[in-house]
Design a protein around this ligand. Sequence first.
Ligand SMILES: Nc1nc2c(ncn2[C@@H]2O[C@H](COP(=O)(O)OP(=O)(O)O)[C@@H](O)[C@H]2O)c(=O)[nH]1
Ligand SMILES: [Mg+2]
Length: 305
Amino acid sequence: MFDKLRNALKSFTNSIVSSIKTTELSEDKLSEVREELFMQLVEADVAVDVADAVCDAIINNLKGVKVPRFGDKESVIRNSILEALNRMFSDVPDVDFISEVTKALQVKKPVVLLFLGPNGYGKTTTIAKITHQLMKRGYTAVWAAADTYRAGAIEQLEGHANKLGVKVIKHSYGSDPAAVAYDAINHARVKGIDYVMIDTAGRMHTDVNLMNELSKVQRVSKPDLSIFIADALLGNEALDIAKYYSKYVKIDGLIITKVDAYPKGGAILTFLYELKKPIYFLGVGQGYDDLKPFNKREFFDQLLT
Ligand SMILES: Nc1nc2c(ncn2[C@@H]2O[C@H](COP(=O)(O)OP(=O)(O)O)[C@@H](O)[C@H]2O)c(=O)[nH]1
Ligand SMILES: [Mg+2]
C-alpha cells in the first residue's frame, strides 16, 4: 500500500545515503535533495503546503544527524525521518476505535455513532463494516436510515442490513432525518441494543440546508462519535468538504475509504496535517472485513520499510 509515498521516501533516503562522504550531512546536499523529495511528495498526492511542512520537518531533523563512518548509514537516516514524522504529527491522537466504543458501553447505552460525508464516499459501506466488526465481538446494533433524501438510499442500507441481520429504523423519503435518528435511539433503548449507527445524506456539500439538517441530526442524537468518511481518491476535494462540514457539525475523527485503489497514499498525510483528527480506519475494499485500524506509528513505519 501507499507505494508512491513509500517510493518518495525511499529514493530520498537513497539519495542522501549515496551522497554521504564524511560523517556529516552537508547543508548543500540536503537542500538539493529537499527539492527532489518535495516534488515526489506532491506527485504522491500530498498537498503542497503539507509537502513543504513535511520536507522542513525531515530536513531539520537530518541536519543534526551524525552518520557512522562504517555502520548502517541507511537505518540512521531512516530513523531520523521516522522521528521527524512522528514528532510532526504528535498532536494528532491515535484512537483504537473498537476499544473506545466498547469501553463507552460501560457508561452509556446505546452508544451512538453518526456518519457524515458526501454521496459515494463510502458511508453506508463503512457502517456495514463497523457493524460487522462489532457483531463479531458479540455486540448488537440498529441503523437509522437518516438519508431520507437520495432515491434508493434506504433500500441500499436495508440490503446490507439483511445480509448482516441488523434492523433498520426508517421513515419515508423526504421526512426529517433527525426524527429517524431519534426513533432509532429510542428503539435501541427499549430493546437494549448496544449501538446506533446513523447513516446520513450527502448531496451537494455546499448545500446549506443539508448542513443545517445534519447539524440538527447531531443536536438531537448527541452522538458519542461523529465520523467523517473521506474518499482517498478525492484527496484535496474531500479535505475541503471536511473543512466545510466542520463549520456546521462537530467531527471527532475520520475514516478514509478506497485506500485499496489508492497507491499514492499522500492524502493520508494531508488529512492528518490539515484536520488534526484521528483516523480510525482505512477502508481497503468492498467486503465487510475490508477495514483496517489505522495508527500513525504503524503507518510511518510502513512508509519507511
Ligand atoms: N474499493 C473500495 N470501494 C469502496 C470502499 N468503501 C466503499 N466503497 C465503494 O464505494 C461506493 C460508494 O459507497 P457507499 O457506501 O454507497 O457510499 P455512500 O454514498 O457514502 O453511502 C460503493 O460501490 C462501495 O462499494 C473501499 O474501502 N474500497
Ligand atoms: Mg449511502
